[in-house]
Design a protein around this ligand. Sequence first.
Ligand SMILES: [Zn+2]
Ligand SMILES: [Zn+2]
Length: 373
Amino acid sequence: MEIATPRLVGARNDKTRGAPISSGQLQNLEASGKMKAMVLKKLSSVEERPLELVDLPEPVPGQGQIQVRVSACGVCHTELDEIEGRASPSRFPMILGHEIVGRVEDLGPGASKFKKSDRVGIAWINWACGKCSFCLKGEENLCGTAKWTGKDAHGGYAQYTVVSEDFAYPIPEKFTDVKAAPLLCAGVIGYRALRLSGMEDGRVLGLYGFGASAHIVIQVAKYKYPDSKVFVFTRPRQKEHQDLARKLGANWIGATGDTPPEKLNCAIDFTPVGEPVREALRNLQKGGRVVINAIRKMTPIPELDYTEHLWYEKEVKSVANVTRRDAQEFLPLAAEIPIVPETQEFKLEEANEALILLKQGRIRGGGVLKMTE
Ligand SMILES: [Zn+2]
Ligand SMILES: [Zn+2]
């Protein structure tokens, strides 16, 4: 089976069609059938503003693929991990971004699920083999040869992208392009984390970190488990995030390190650092579970004391990636609730600034790059 990895290929009448673009070529492209993209050429710290605005040929959809004209792309913590090397892209230059909303512009050979101008979303899972033991069990998020959008295949920090039609989802009408973007990772993976936490109505849920994902999860939790309590832990004095948590119905708000009024049955850690995992375990009720919703941690999880943090059948579980099923279940649910995503808009060329603010914890809700015509 051909691996449907989108590659940047030449414009339709370009002789370079099919050839990957080298960094040298990036500077030399003429402007016709071209698109703007913010590309990462090497690992760097985010503070060095490593993404560069370049003109590239529009990508051409291959067998079973669709070409999508991107209108909005969310900015996710995983991009920080990609840029800084904790989860490196598999090659360079790479176009990051995996919370993509846009319209189908062109259909590759054999693509039939969507029509031109249909609105679609693309998430982190870009392709999976469909044949390995994980895929066959519906655990394509664990597939060893899966491709991830913006890491192994070009993503949405660009005016166009291509993807297999099997890995694109209709976007409910309820949402604007910008509001839909954070649903595609922050929302979908948050939904998966909530599912894996074992949460049930009447229980106490703790959320560590209150950014793009947690502010969506609290809305899902309040809808699905109306008689539950949700406790939110933020960085100390993070007033903006605490205000948002209050507005969205948090029953108690404190700082990581605080002891909440009741033990937590379930906790989800959304933070990029290690300490909150231990804190969540300390505050966990007997038989409770902590789910870690992060692809990488910037600091280690501190040493655990067996009696204090693990005894009484406490569990820790990580969330790895997402499946198509997560997106297919979550997007209609998000419209039904309806989720109200808090978003902060940036232009494509402001991606570096958005990422710096994200690293500093200064984006309220989800950051979204909005493409201009
Ligand atoms: Zn597989
Ligand atoms: Zn993400």
